[in-house]
Design a protein around this ligand. Structure first.
Ligand SMILES: *Cc1c(COP(=O)(O)O)cnc(C)c1O
Length: 425
């Protein structure tokens, strides 16, 4: 066990060496009672880029000045924003710009993608997914299966953690894919589990799905903007994610979807809508739908200029900071967090368990506190450290590279230590 003061000095040194330190000023940090709070909820709602307000104001000004012509006129025509966003998003998820479409909302996009990629036929009718997927994903799959006149209880196969374990074992997923083999239409997983923070091996799951003759799709709500992804190289068929968590696009931000290049030139059914029509002929208002090339062919309706503006404000920061640098800082914050959590677990055996496997963790750690969970959570909140609470006894913390510091992690350590010391006596 280290002397706690050593952790403080270590945190200060790491922050001094942090090449992204200045990016913290590009965000609005929550305040309370005159003091800056420590925000560890970038996995839930990323903070507001300072530039977001001006970006929204600019769109309002363009609307005021040009009316509908603002789609094509002014310094920053609205028609260009979707593509601009796709270009900035692509490197964050390891995609080509043509494979990314910025549109709608996450659950909506999953419905759209399932309407293309979930094609039950013959023996191949089943979906393999994780047990206790985020409820929205469960409801979506249920509706999709039922929409084909099939029984969700029979067609949706869940892989869960083993008895007494908190996270999935990779071999259990691969074995399930092999077991169900030619009954699988789709293999669909959350890239990072929202509850445990565990990253799955997307590349091998995709490979196994393809070997079984199934399509591989992922919900990347907790992975995009957090982990290093290589969607193109991994041959992922489709994916969708929201842009309000790690990507700081704002509450209810316009979302994203990914469709691999191999599906672009196919006759797969697109959802259909005038915005998914080839841009060159869209406004001819013809009877026949001609899908735009690439993921843009999955667009449906007019994208919201105001929401594109806030997301653009954030993605410009990612671009400026550089994805590699962001990943390096994520590694540094994560390693320091694991180090201090280790110390806490040694000092208070049995009181804290980290559910997130260190080897497959991104920003988030899910701490299970069987005895003092709610008390500890309340004490953190009282000290201005914002985390979140999940039944039964889980506190999720997610320091993120663009605006959190190692010293904030030290503050978390100190507060956890004090809370447990007091509660134990
Ligand atoms: C956050 C999250 C959602 C939310 O979907 P919305 O359509 O944006 O409300 C869905 N699935 C997962 C896995 C999530 O983490």
């Amino acid at each position: 066990m280290m002397d706690p003061r050593k952790y403080k000095e270590h945190a200060e040194a790491l922050d001094r060496e942090d090449s992204l330190a200045s990016f913290r000023q590009r965000f609005r940090l929550p305040h309370g009672h005159g003091a800056e709070k420590t925000y560890f909820l970038g996995n839930s709602l990323g903070l507001q880029p300072v530039a977001a307000r001006g970006a929204v104001d600019a769109v309002l000004g363009e609307w005021e000045e040009h009316g509908v012509e603002a789609f094509f006129e002014g310094e920053d025509p609205w028609m260009k924003k979707q593509e601009q966003l796709a270009v900035l998003m692509a490197p964050i998820v390891g995609a080509r710009p043509s494979e990314v479409s910025i549109q709608d909302a996450l659950t909506i996009n999953l419905h759209l993608l399932f309407s293309t990629f979930y094609k039950p036929s013959g023996r191949r009718t089943r979906i393999l997914c994780e047990a206790k997927a985020f409820p929205s994903d469960q409801y979506m799959m249920h509706a999709q299966v039922a929409g084909h006149g099939l029984d969700p209880g029979n067609e949706i196969i869940e892989v869960g953690p083993r008895e007494g374990e908190a996270t999935l074992r990779h071999e259990d997923i691969i074995n399930a894919i092999k077991t169900y083999g030619d009954e699988l239409a789709l293999v669909f997983f959350g890239g990072v589990n929202y509850y445990t923070g565990q990253l799955l091996d997307i590349a091998s799951i995709t490979r196994a799905a393809h070997e079984a003759g199934a399509i591989a799709g992922f919900d990347l709500a907790h992975a995009a903007g957090n982990m290093d992804l290589e969607l193109h190289d991994w041959n992922v068929d489709f994916a969708a994610w929201c842009n309000y968590k790690y990507l700081n696009g704002g509450p209810g931000a316009i979302a994203s979807l990914f469709v691999h290049e191999t599906h672009h030139e196919t006759s797969l059914p697109r959802p259909g809508g005038w915005w998914g029509n080839d841009a060159g002929t869209r406004f001819l208002m013809e009877k026949e739908f001609r899908p735009a090339t690439g993921a843009a062919g999955w667009q449906v309706g007019t994208p919201p200029a105001l929401l594109m503006a806030t997301l653009l404000a954030s993605l410009k920061i990612f671009d400026e900071a550089g994805w590699k640098n962001i990943q390096n800082k994520r590694g540094s914050l994560g390693a320091f967090l694991d180090e201090v959590l280790d110390d806490i677990m040694k000092r208070y055996p049995g009181e804290v368990q980290c559910l997130t496997p260190a080897a497959t963790a991104g920003c988030q750690r899910s701490l299970f506190l069987p005895q003092f969970g709610k008390d500890v959570f309340n004490r953190l909140t009282g000290k201005g450290i914002m985390t979140d609470w999940r039944e039964p006894g889980v506190v999720r913390v997610a320091p993120v590279p663009l605006y959190n510091t190692h010293q904030e992690i030290f503050r978390l350590y100190q507060t956890l230590e004090e809370a447990l010391a007091t509660l134990k006596t």
